[in-house]
Design a protein around this ligand. Structure first.
Ligand SMILES: *[C@@H]1O[C@H](CO)[C@@H](O)[C@H](O)[C@H]1NC(C)=O
Ligand SMILES: *[C@@H]1O[C@H](CO)[C@@H](O)[C@H](O)[C@H]1NC(C)=O
Ligand SMILES: *[C@@H]1O[C@H](CO)[C@@H](O)[C@H](O)[C@H]1NC(C)=O
Ligand SMILES: *[C@@H]1O[C@H](CO)[C@@H](O)[C@H](O)[C@H]1NC(C)=O
Length: 404
C-alpha cells in the first residue's frame, strides 16, 4: 500500500534534515572499489567507465552504506548527447546514499520509499530533485523522481549484481532514471590558471619553478581536471631549498617537482581524517620508483612524511574539486633522491651528511625494504568526532610563512 503524498513528503523532509545534520558527509574508509567491483561485468563497462570519467567512482569509494544503480551498455546510450558535467549529475542520481539490497527492495515497507541520492548530497540538486522514489507494485520495483519526464519509462529493478550488506549494493536497473533537474545543462567549470592560483597565495616561487619546466608544467596542467592535489612549498621553503635544488640533475629536478603533486583530489577533510601513503605524479613518471609519502594527521594538523623531511600543511591555497592546492612549510625531499633521516633518536649524534643531495635519480636501492604499503583508505575512526568542521577553511595558522 502506498503512503499518501504528504506522508512521503514529510519523510523526505525529515531525511533532508538528517542529511543536513550530518554535513559534511563523513568520509568513510575505502573498503570497496566500485571500479574493480564492476570490472568483471562487461555488460556494465560503459557505466563503469563513466563512473571513473565523472569521478563519481572516487566519491562512491569514500562512502559507506550506499546503493549503486547500474545500467547496461545499451541503456547508457541515453547519455550520449550530454556533457560530462551533466552526466555526472545524472549518474549521481543513480547512487543512493542508503543500502537497498535485493531483500530490502522485495520487502519494501508500505510499497514505497524515498531515498536521498548522491545528487542531492552534492548540493547541486534544487528542491526535491535528488530524491529517488522507490516503489514496489505488483511485485515490480521501480525508481522514479519527482521531476521525471512524463513520457519516460520508469527505471525498473532488474537484478542484484553484487551486495556487501550493509556497505554497498550494486543493482541493475533497466534504464537511466529521468530527472529534468539532473539533465539540465551544466556550465563547464571555469578554467583554472595554475600559475595564477599558486602565485596568488604563498607559492609564487614554486609556481616559477613549475613554469620554468615545460614538461613538468604540462603534466600538472593536464592532470588538474581529472583529480590533482598539489602540495606547494611556501616561498620561504623554496628559498631555503634553492641551493640544493640547483645542484640536482635535470631529471631529478623534474622528479622532485612532480613529487609535489598527487594525481587525485584530496579534500582537507579527507587528509585530516585519513592516514596512509600518497603516490605522486613522480611515481607515474619514474618506472620502478616509489616516490610516495605518508600523510599523517594529528588533530587538525596534517603532515607529509617522506622519511627525509616532515612537511606540514599550513594553508589551503585553493579547493575546487577536482583540484586542491595546499601550502606546505617545507620542500618535500623524496627518499629516492636524498638520504633517509632516521626517526629522531633520544640522543641524536651530530649528523654530517644529513640532507645530502645525490646527483642521480636512482640510488634508492638501499631504501626499498622501507617502502610502506599501507592502504591510503585507512581511516582513523576516532577522527570522525573531531571532524565536525563546517568550513574547510579552519586551517592551522600559517606560522611557517613568517620564517625568513
Ligand atoms: C580501483 O580499481 C581500479 C581497477 O582495478 C584501479 O585502477 C584503481 O586504481 C583502484 N582505485 C583505488 C583507489 O584503489
Ligand atoms: C512515489 O511513489 C508513490 C507510489 O506510486 C506515489 O504515491 C508518490 O506520489 C511518489 N512520490 C514521488 C515523489 O514521486
Ligand atoms: C593548461 O590547460 C588548459 C586547459 O585546462 C589550457 O587551456 C592551457 O592552454 C594549458 N596551459 C599550458 C601552458 O599548457
Ligand atoms: C652543491 O654541490 C657542490 C659541489 O658538489 C657542493 O659543494 C655544495 O655543498 C652543494 N650544495 C648543496 C646545498 O647541497
Amino acid at each position: 500500500m502506498a503512503r499518501s503524498r504528504p506522508a512521503i513528503l514529510l519523510s523526505v523532509a525529515l531525511a533532508a534534515v538528517a542529511v543536513m545534520a550530518l554535513a559534511p558527509a563523513p568520509t568513510a574508509a575505502t573498503k570497496y572499489n566500485i571500479t574493480k567491483l564492476l570490472e568483471p561485468y562487461k555488460q556494465y563497462s560503459k557505466f563503469n567507465e563513466m563512473l571513473s570519467k565523472t569521478r563519481l567512482a572516487y566519491d562512491i569509494n569514500r562512502r559507506q552504506t550506499i546503493t549503486v544503480l547500474a545500467v547496461d551498455n545499451a541503456a547508457m546510450a541515453a547519455l550520449d548527447h550530454y556533457s560530462l558535467q551533466t552526466i555526472r549529475h545524472i549518474l549521481s542520481l543513480h547512487v543512493l546514499v542508503d543500502y537497498y539490497g535485493d531483500k530490502k527492495l522485495k520487502k519494501l515497507d508500505h510499497g514505497s520509499t524515498a531515498s536521498s541520492s548522491m545528487y542531492q548530497a552534492t548540493g547541486s540538486a534544487s528542491g526535491m530533485s535528488g530524491y529517488v522514489n522507490i516503489t514496489r507494485k505488483d511485485g515490480k520495483v521501480s525508481f522514479t523522481t519527482d521531476d521525471a519526464d512524463e513520457n519516460a519509462k520508469p527505471s525498473r529493478y532488474v537484478k542484484s549484481i553484487k551486495e556487501y550488506p550493509y556497505d554497498i549494493a550494486v543493482l541493475e536497473v533497466s534504464s537511466i532514471i529521468s530527472s529534468a533537474d539532473a539533465e539540465a545543462p551544466v556550465p563547464p567549470p571555469a578554467p583554472v590558471d595554475l600559475v595564477e592560483l599558486l602565485s596568488k597565495k604563498y607559492c609564487k616561487s614554486f609556481a616559477s619553478l613549475l613554469s620554468a619546466n615545460a614538461d613538468v608544467f604540462r603534466t600538472f596542467n593536464e592532470t588538474k581536471d581529472n583529480g590533482l592535489t598539489i602540495f606547494c612549498p611556501v616561498d620561504a621553503a623554496v628559498a631555503a631549498f634553492a641551493a640544493a635544488y640547483k645542484n640536482l640533475t635535470a631529471k631529478a629536478k623534474a622528479a622532485i617537482l612532480l613529487y609535489h603533486g598527487a594525481p587525485d583530489y584530496f579534500s582537507l577533510q579527507l587528509l585530516k581524517s585519513n592516514n596512509g601513503m600518497v603516490t605522486t605524479l613522480a611515481t607515474a613518471s619514474e618506472k620502478k620508483q616509489d616516490y610516495s609519502y605518508d600523510v599523517k594527521n594529528k588533530g587538525e594538523t596534517v603532515t607529509l612524511q617522506t622519511e627525509v623531511v616532515t612537511s606540514t600543511v599550513t594553508a589551503t591555497v585553493g579547493d575546487m574539486e577536482p583540484l586542491a592546492v595546499y601550502a606546505v612549510d617545507k620542500f618535500l625531499k623524496p627518499k629516492e633522491l636524498f638520504k633517509v633521516v632516521e626517526a629522531p633518536a633520544p640522543a641524536p649524534e651530530p649528523s654530517k651528511k644529513k640532507g645530502r643531495v645525490s646527483d642521480g635519480g636512482d640510488d634508492s636501492s638501499s631504501d626499498d625494504s622501507g617502502d610502506a604499503t599501507a592502504d591510503k583508505g585507512d581511516a582513523a575512526p576516532a577522527a570522525l568526532l573531531a571532524r565536525r568542521v563546517t568550513a574547510a577553511a579552519t586551517v592551522v595558522a600559517a606560522y611557517a610563512l613568517m620564517m625568513a
